[in-house]
Write a protein that binds this ligand. Sequence first.
Ligand SMILES: NC(=O)c1ccc[n+]([C@@H]2O[C@H](COP(=O)([O-])OP(=O)(O)OC[C@H]3O[C@@H](n4cnc5c(N)ncnc54)[C@H](O)[C@@H]3O)[C@@H](O)[C@H]2O)c1
Length: 377
Amino acid sequence: MRLRRYTRGGSTSRIGTANRTNGGDGECRRREKPITTERPIMTVLVTGGCGYIGAHVVHALHEAGERVVVVDDLSYGRPDRIGNARLYGMDIAAPGAGERLGEIMTDEKVDAVIHFAARKQVGESVAKPLWYYQQNINGMLNVLTGMTRSQARRLVFSSSAATYGVPPVDVVPEDVVPMIPINPYGQTKLFGEWMARACEKPFGIRFCALRYFNVAGCGPVELEDPAILNLIPMLFDKLREGKAPLIFGDDYPTPDGTCVRDYIHVSDLADAHLAALRYLDRDERKYDAFNVGTGEGTSVRQIVDEVKRVTGLPFREKVTERRAGDPPHLIGSPKRINEEMGWHARYGVKDIVESAWAAWQANPAHHIAVENWTQTN
Ligand SMILES: NC(=O)c1ccc[n+]([C@@H]2O[C@H](COP(=O)([O-])OP(=O)(O)OC[C@H]3O[C@@H](n4cnc5c(N)ncnc54)[C@H](O)[C@@H]3O)[C@@H](O)[C@H]2O)c1
C-alpha cells in the first residue's frame, strides 16, 4: 500500500478577499493547526466531479494529496475543472452503468466514492418527475451496484435540505419530524439516502449523506458555477442585463419580510466532504446523515445589500410576488457535524458574495463593466 507524508492545514488557500478567520482584508488562511501524520493515499471516485461542487471537492482532494478519478457525462460539467484526475465520460443512470462503474472501480482500485452526479433543479423536477426519478434513483442504484462489484466500501452522498420539505422549525436538526420533501428532486435525495442505508449491512458499505443548505461562492475562479439558478448568480445576471434584481416576496413572517436561508461557502462544503471521508474510517459512527450549514440565517434583503456593497453598483431592486413553495426560513443546525466530524464553517456571507463576484467578473461571458453601468428598468 502506498504511503505518503500527509500534511493538513499548513497550506494557504485563497477563496476571496476576507474570511471568518482573519475577519479583514487580505489572504484567507486555514484555521487548523498543521497536523502531520502518515496514512495511505486514497483513490476517490467522484461522480459529477466536473460540476460546480464536485470540481471544488476534486480540488480539495488533490490539495490533500489524494488520487482522484472522475465520472461525468459532461451534461453540465466541464472537463477542464478537474486538474490531472482521470475522467470517464458516461451517463451513470444508463442501463448497464452499474456494471461499468464496477469495472472502473476495480481497475482504478477505488477506496471511496463521493456521489454528486444528479439532476438538481427543483422546478424542472416538478415538470419532469419521471425523468428525475430515472436519473437520480438509477444513478444511485448504479453507484451502489458498482461498489458491490468492487472493493470500494465508503460512500459520501450529496443530499440536500430539500429532503426536509417545509420543516416545522426554523433551525432544522437532522432528525426533525415529519420529514416530507415537497418536490420530486427532494424525494430522490431522501430515497437515495434510504437506498445507501439499506446497503450498509448486507454489503458492508460505510455511508454518510451530507445535506447541503444554500451553497454559494467560489474557490479558484475557474471553478465558478456557470448556472444561473441560485440567488447570487441571479442577482448578478440581472445586473449584467442592466435590469433590477428581483426579490420574490417581502411579506414573509421574518424580520425584514424576505426569506431567510443558510448560506454555505462551497469551499467549506468541500472541506466537509474530506471530513466525511475521515469519519467513515471510524468503526464507531453514531449517525449517517449530516447537515452542512452554518446555523445562521441571512435574508434575501441582506444578500441584496451585500451585493450592493461588494459590486459598488447603485442598483434599485424590485419586489415581486412570492414564489410557490418557498418556506420563510430554512436554516440547518450544524451541531451534529460540528461535534461528530469536527467540521465548522470558516467563511461567512461577506466571503461568499466577494468570492462569487470575483469569479463572475473573471468570466468573460459574465463580466460587467462597472464603470459604464446603468440601470435600464
Ligand atoms: N448546488 C446546490 O446548491 C446544491 C444544494 C444541495 C444539493 N446539491 C447536490 O449536489 C450535487 C452537485 O451539485 P452541483 O451544484 O455541483 O451541480 P452541477 O450540475 O454543477 O454538477 C453535477 C455534475 O454531474 C454531472 N451529471 C449529472 N447527471 C449525470 C449523469 N446521469 N451521469 C453522469 N454525470 C452526470 C453533470 O454533468 C455535472 O458535471 C447534486 O447531486 C445536487 O443535487 C447541490
